[in-house]
Design a protein around this ligand. Structure first.
Ligand SMILES: Nc1ncnc2c1ncn2[C@@H]1O[C@H](COP(=O)(O)OP(=O)(O)OP(=O)(O)O)[C@@H](O)[C@H]1O
Ligand SMILES: [Mg+2]
Length: 332
């Protein structure tokens, strides 16, 4: 069980920040059990026109944070500003400026894609004379024009996620919140969604997305905020984060798994090894050591073992960053 803490912080200040989160805490009170702290002293700032990635494993507090930023949940403590507004106090005004693609897509499966969008456009007050053009535009953006007259119940998971993104774009929001936008979608839809997200940032929109896919954070987030158990683990640009962890690794491939096992026994004395897949071995290049000299030393050491069929260098990934700070992998 997490301990409960609330830290008072000074009011938000940065002018060009689209989103400011300062010392936010969220405590859930569940009947019959101890209070549960889902978010602990979370702080970050998102400049306008950037893609910001909140990366964390299941249950780490991503959706809770999104709910706070959308004014759906009042934080137990701390200060939040979105487009300069307090989300719980100024929610009506906020809804004119932001949009959310929730983790659960929540479409009306009996309606067509276009009808789903029309319903949403009316609900959110898109001017009646603009509705048709907006719908055509957002359908085009997500590549669903030719499926617009089909019921969404017949869409694939990826298409449903794309329609949910189109729906969020109807109101031309300044800030877009995407809660795991590509969870369970096919590669093609994922690529389409990533391209749209990048395009939105190029147009000056601010995008906060949550994910537990390393590749997604790597592909999109200019800044990545890693959380675990509701608290910050690390924050920075991808390059900064990777520079925080052990440097590159040498990956060796062996003709047979037994050879890799024997090599591991020898090499663990040189530098810690891991087994990325059967028959291969990954060895950390120690800090301050020249990579080629290290590789030569490694090959000398395992000369007697033999059977090396290939090698490559690998740079640290965000996965390594998470492992470094938490001692475990981001995903099982
Ligand atoms: N309304 C609530 N009442 C009580 N506990 C809650 C509530 N909402 C969330 N939690 C708990 O808070 C923690 C964080 O949940 P949250 O949904 O924010 O995680 P997440 O990072 O979005 O996870 P996932 O990747 O599975 O979507 C979890 O332990 C969850 O059970
Ligand atoms: Mg979630």
């Amino acid at each position: 069980m997490n301990s409960v803490s609330t830290t008072p912080l000074p009011p938000a200040t940065l002018k060009d920040a689209a989103v400011e989160v300062k010392g936010v805490n969220v405590v859930f009170h569940r009947r019959g059990s101890e209070p549960y702290q889902a978010v602990t002293n979370l702080s970050f700032t998102i400049p306008q026109g950037t893609v910001f990635c909140l990366l964390g494993p299941n249950g780490s507090g991503k959706t809770t944070t999104i709910n706070v930023l959308n004014g759906l949940l009042r934080p137990t403590g701390g200060d939040v500003r979105v487009s300069g507004l307090d989300p719980t106090r100024d929610r009506r005004e906020l809804l004119r400026r932001i949009a959310l693609v929730p983790q659960e897509t929540a479409l009306y499966n009996e309606l067509t894609g276009a009808e789903n969008l029309e319903f949403h456009a009316k609900y959110y007050g898109v001017a009646p004379r603009e509705v048709r053009d907006r719908i055509a535009h957002v359908l085009e953006l997500v590549g669903l024009t030719d499926r617009a007259t089909h019921r969404t119940g017949t869409y694939s998971g990826g298409m449903q996620r794309r329609l949910a993104l189109a729906r969020a774009l109807l109101t031309d929001p300044e800030v877009l919140f995407l809660d795991e936008p590509t969870l369970g979608v096919d590669v093609q839809s994922r690529q389409a969604i990533w391209e749209r997200i990048e395009q939105l940032a190029d147009e000056g929109k601010t995008v906060l997305l949550t994910t537990n896919y390393m590749e997604e954070a790597d592909a999109l987030g200019r800044e990545v905020h890693i959380i675990d158990h509701g608290a910050t683990v690390a924050h920075g640009t991808q390059a900064e984060l990777k520079a925080m962890v052990q440097g590159s690794r040498v990956v060796l491939e062996f003709a047979a798994p037994e050879r890799a096992d024997r090599a591991r026994a020898v090499l663990d004395a040189v530098s810690p090894t891991t087994v990325p897949s059967e028959g291969s071995l990954s060895i950390a290049v120690p800090r301050g050591v020249e990579t080629v000299a290290f590789l030569r030393q490694v090959l000398d050491e395992i000369n007697a073992v033999g059977g090396v069929t290939g090698f490559r260098f690998s740079e640290p990934s965000l996965q390594d960053v998470f492992l470094h700070f938490t001692g475990r992998a981001l995903r099982d």
